[in-house]
Design a protein around this ligand. Sequence first.
Ligand code: KG4
Ligand code: ZN
Length: 341
Amino acid sequence: MLILGIESSCDETAAAVVEDCTKLRSSVIASQAMEHRLYGGVVPELASRRHCENILAVTQQALDEADITPQELDGIAVTYTPGLIGALLVGVSFAKGLAFSTGKPLIPVHHMTGHIAANYLAHPELKPPYLCLVVSGGHTMLAEVTSYTTFRILGTTRDDAAGECFDKCARVLGYPYPGGVQIDKASQLGDCKRYQLPRPKVNGSELDFSFSGLKTAVINMVHHAEQKGETIEKESMAASLQKTVSEILTEKTEIAMHQTGYTTVAMAGGVSANSGLRAEMEQMCRKNGYTLYMPPLSLCGDNAGMIACQGSYNFLAGITADETLNAYASGTAIGEMLTIS
Ligand code: KG4
Ligand code: ZN
């Protein structure tokens, strides 16, 4: 079974071909990050335009590298939610056109389930059910992966996502977009005990997250230091932030593991590339005897291999769409995605 995946939810135009769910035959990513860096973050209108310009060549290259023609595909999977609406629409419209012209099934994929599926590409032995910590630029979730296509959200963020917290703090510290990876690099040179940062709690909900207070604390500490003519030790602030975020995420994951009784846990999303978080999770899993799965760094960020992989499982479960498929910026939780499709 050969599935083409198309991803255009943010600033990466990507296409990939996956064989039999987990074999990555090709993966092409055209990143716009350096262009958006000029503006300190993603400019939605610019992202949509670049997707329009790149999507055909990126898809052709993915087919060429996989050495197949569109006629040999069994289905065309596309990210339809969540993300920047203009950006999503490019991928969805393109995939609809390709599915219509080739007569192949169209398969809708929720971006966050794609991130989870990145683990299957690297670790085909991973099988549901298990628990997954999903951490990206827009989402922070603890999800129970009950099957390849069904998910139960146990906890989520009440405000900012972990990635957003990294990105905003990186910006105030003067690091360029995308900030998360800069915080990671700077942390290697800093002292993580130098700054005491708050650990916001969500009253009455042990598995929910809140990162806006932490973000505001970092921003305030930087501004106050500037006003007093003092200098912040940037690397140590980065290291303190990374340590705090990693500990919060790992502690909540540990509680969820205890509560659910799972012994297998995975990580997914752009922030799962963070070296501090990976180390913290490894330590927690070693202590408890849990099996931990993490995507390789190449599959943590946005890519289309993960969309083709999840698309393959959706296809096998009968989750397909017709030409009325629309894109949705937000508001579609993972569990709902499956009732929609
Ligand atoms: O999953 P992703 O590529 O896109 C979304 O679906 O949002 O995640 C992007 C997020 C950004 O916030 C980025 O700064 C963060 O992942 N990120 C990192 C690292 N690499 C990417 N955050 C911390 N450490 C990293 N090494
Ligand atoms: Zn993503």
